[in-house]
Design a protein around this ligand. Structure first.
Ligand SMILES: Cc1cc2nc3c(=O)[nH]c(=O)nc-3n(C[C@H](O)[C@H](O)[C@H](O)COP(=O)(O)O)c2cc1C
Length: 161
């Protein structure tokens, strides 16, 4: 897909088919995360956790029964907010790649709130103690097909000088 078409087709998917995502597609999405810009990469590079195991997915809240979730966790940052911003860049890259592959997806913050508190599950997922889950992407075949659903029009307020 052309970039503009991907941008116009990306939207939050909250209803998924009960169908696994092909491993090659998941690998492509995960690889796209590595192309994201990162602040303070030597100190604040995020780690990813891919969850497709149904028993573990069932322990995650607010994932809309998606068949795959990629959690983005960051180490403590010496500058406020860098971890959150890095996680956002990574999730958005993966979201655009998932859209390009025809997969429904959604940026999730809510799921990380529960996970931050659930130290047992965090440990089970191999997320180091000093890493904080900050954002996630749920991915799967949506009930609706991916298609252009937006228009290329400015919505955000802008002040020009
Ligand atoms: C930082 C961030 C956190 C979000 N967290 C959640 C979430 O926890 N649960 C949810 O259903 N949607 C979440 N969303 C999705 C937004 O609700 C959605 O992107 C917004 O309503 C715009 O809709 P669109 O993605 O279809 O364009 C989040 C989006 C962003 C950017």
């Amino acid at each position: 897909m052309e970039l503009e078409k991907v941008l116009l087709s990306r939207k939050s998917c909250r209803a998924y088919q009960d169908k696994a995502v092909e491993a090659e597609k998941l690998e492509k999405i995960i690889t796209s995360a590595s192309l994201a810009p990162l602040g303070l990469p030597k100190m604040c590079t995020p780690m990813l956790t891919l969850v497709t195991d149904k028993a573990i997915l069932a322990q995650l809240n607010g994932i809309y029964d998606a068949p795959a979730v990629i959690i983005v966790s960051c180490p403590p940052s010496p500058a406020p907010g860098i971890g959150d911003q890095n996680a956002a860049c990574v999730v958005e890259m993966m979201s655009l790649m998932a859209t390009d592959l025809g997969l429904g997806n959604i940026y999730l913050y809510g799921v990380t709130v529960g996970l931050q508190k659930d130290t047992e599950l965090k440990a089970k997922l191999g997320i180091p103690e000093n890493f904080t889950p900050l954002a996630a992407l749920a991915v799967g075949y949506g009930v609706e097909d991916v298609a252009v659903c937006k228009e290329f029009a400015p919505k955000l307020e802008i002040t020009r000088f």
